[in-house]
Design a protein around this ligand. Structure first.
Ligand code: PLP
Length: 399
């Protein structure tokens, strides 16, 4: 918080706000809310104009699935819209128990605990597990909710370079003799779409007695033979690992969860402040989240369709000369490098009614600005062709 003016009263606050906003405008980072006038889908209406979206996290198209909607609607009609209190008071119900049991089965752990969002799950888990005198080792590309949770904890935080096992090992070698160590990483990284080296991380954490926490918000429902995420992809059993995920992406709903041992969950019920001091989710949300898991477990066709679209897009981008990541995730960043160029391509696509977000520093490192394409099982090959042709067209025009 820079103080821009020592003058007291409302004027100085207004001055502070306008200076802060101007600073963003000067750097091209000023943002405004857009109005999306239709349900989540590849084709939407934004500020009155039709757009083809390549930016949503609704990877399987479940956010507007008819069974999900029917269950949410029926549950709301019989159980109402609110839960009335936090879970430890009177907000707990059979919808929570059923959903936690489903998560436990899906992630193959002893127990699970639901939070109001993925963000508050990370805050609750990290701030309750570590304290003053402890150490958190966090991947450089971890999601903002992990970064914020680390900042809220009283532990010392060290950032290791993205996916760098040797650097992590050095930090663990040099750690103080006392205090606990928590290693935290995204499973699938949200901006780059790559996977954390989980087998190696697990091995090194065991060796050093550190606890491994994996936030698989983007992998859950999408990758691995069972679709349960990055650990499933690597064929790991998750023993001793704290697994975080969210219902808000492939699962098409809202809420976060942590899965692990019964002892861990018992601990979190007693210590995680976002669970204790925030109102429970409405039954309708819990019921449709439960249906999302059921759909993923019983209808592999959604995942298969997504997977063939990922290959199709990867081939198309390869033909245009882009280096494409080999990971089987629906996040396909194309690195442009230069900020201005990245914005100019995104603008060209926008003008053609295609929304692909330009990701710039500080979200990615300097010189690594990219277009972050994310795919949904509801896209068609024709949708992808439209995007590929629009990108090709940009380069043909020699802009
Ligand atoms: C989106 C995301 C979250 C936050 O989840 P919400 O349910 O949207 O709050 C947490 N971690 C990662 C890695 C994410 O991508």
């Amino acid at each position: 918080m820079r103080s821009v003016n020592k003058k007291k009263g409302p004027d100085s606050w207004s001055h502070f706000l306008s200076m802060s906003l101007d600073r963003l405008r000067d750097r091209g980072l000023y943002r405004q809310l857009r109005l999306i006038d239709s349900p989540v889908a590849p084709s939407v209406t934004i500020d009155g104009r039709p757009f083809l979206l390549f930016c949503s996290n609704d990877y399987l198209g479940l956010a507007n699935n008819s069974r999900m909607k029917a269950i949410a609607a029926e549950t709301a009609l019989s159980w109402g819209t609110g839960s009335g209190a936090s879970r430890l008071i009177s907000g707990n119900n059979s919808f929570y128990c059923n959903l936690e049991q489903a998560v436990t089965g899906f992630k193959e752990t002893e127990a699970a605990l639901i939070f109001s969002s993925g963000y508050t799950t990370n805050v609750g888990v990290i701030t309750s597990l570590v304290d003053r005198g402890d150490l958190i080792l966090s991947d450089a590309l971890n999601h903002a909710s992990i970064v914020d949770a680390c900042g809220l904890s009283k532990a010392r935080v060290q950032i290791y370079p993205h996916g760098d096992i040797d650097a992590l090992k050095n930090l663990l070698d040099g750690r103080p003799a006392t205090g606990k160590a928590l290693v935290v990483t995204d499973g699938v990284f949200s901006m780059t779409g790559d996977l954390a080296p989980l087998p190696e991380l697990d091995k090194i954490c065991r060796k050093y007695g550190a606890l491994l926490m994996v936030d698989d918000a983007h992998g859950t429902g999408v990758i691995g033979p069972k679709g349960s995420g990055a650990l499933d992809y690597f064929n790991m059993d998750g023993q001793g690992i704290v697994q975080v995920g969210t219902f808000s992406k492939a699962l098409g709903g809202l809420g976060g969860f942590v899965a692990g041992s019964s002892q861990l969950i018992d601990y979190l019920i007693n210590y995680a402040r976002p669970l204790i001091y925030s109102t429970a989710l409405p039954p309708a949300v819990l019921a449709s989240n439960r249906e999302g898991i059921r759909i993923i477990q019983t209808e592999p066709s959604h995942r298969e369709r997504l997977s063939s679209l990922i290959s199709y897009m990867r081939d198309g981008l390869g033909r245009l000369g882009f280096q494409v990541s080999p990971w089987p995730t629906p996040i396909l960043p194309i690195v442009i490098g230069d900020v201005e160029e990245t914005i100019s391509i995104a603008q060209h696509l926008w003008d053609k009614g295609i929304f692909v977000p330009a990701i710039r520093p500080p979200t990615v490192p300097q010189g690594e600005s990219c277009l972050r394409i994310s795919l949904s099982a509801l896209h068609t090959p024709a949708d992808l062709d439209r995007l590929l042709m629009a990108i090709e067209d940009y380069y043909k025009k020699g802009s």
